[in-house]
Design a protein around this ligand. Structure first.
Ligand SMILES: [Zn+2]
Ligand SMILES: [Zn+2]
Length: 189
């Protein structure tokens, strides 16, 4: 049985730097052991704008990403810099479909202070984006939040917690991720 290659697609949505996209792609490729493709920029997701909140609904972005996924796409990750919200939260760093295909992350709240470019002593934004990307894709592979404070699946209450954890899985999460990834690929081919 010959199986087709299975890709993780990264879809830039609006103002996202190529350098960040490439670093995220490399990091994801390493952690999940799958080839990664970067799609053309789809622009700011205006369809998801809530005019009252002046924020973008991550549920709507996820729905659209999943609807448009390429046939060889196993997972899809939207990357944006607009302020995301999920109906029950005032804002989110990102959102994923648990055991599903799609995830979306934003740099907006990861900057710490959207008014300032960067704050002295803060780790570069890209480190936070990498962790958020791996964390949300972890959810698409059936991983729940992990009690290990170093694990990338640890739930970050704020940026301090996010900065403390590593950008990789603890052994238990890694095993479960690989097992579920195997199942996903098997079911699709
Ligand atoms: Zn999470
Ligand atoms: Zn873990």
């Amino acid at each position: 049985m010959k199986s087709n290659p299975q890709y993780i697609y990264i879809v830039p949505l609006g103002d996202v730097s190529d350098e960040h996209l490439e670093t995220i792609a490399e990091s994801i490729g390493e952690q999940f052991g799958l080839p990664v493709k970067i799609s053309p920029n789809q622009g700011v997701p205006v369809y998801a704008l809530d005019v009252v909140r002046q924020q973008y609904n991550s549920n709507l972005i996820l729905q659209k990403l999943i609807k448009d996924i390429e046939p060889d796409g196993l997972k899809i990750l939207g990357v944006t810099s607009v302020d995301l919200f999920s109906p029950i939260f005032s804002y989110v760093f990102g959102e994923a479909q648990f055991k599903g295909k799609g995830a979306v992350i934003s740099s907006y709240r990861l900057l710490g202070n959207p008014e300032k470019e960067s704050i002295l002593g803060c780790p570069p934004l890209i480190n936070r984006l990498e962790k958020e990307a791996i964390h949300e894709l972890g959810h698409t592979l059936g991983l729940k939040h992990c009690a290990d404070p170093d694990c990338v699946m640890n739930y970050s209450v704020g940026l301090d917690c996010a900065d403390r954890k590593f950008s990789f899985f603890c052994p238990a999460c890694r095993d479960l991720m690989l097992w579920n990834l195997g199942l996903d690929i098997f079911l699709k081919t």
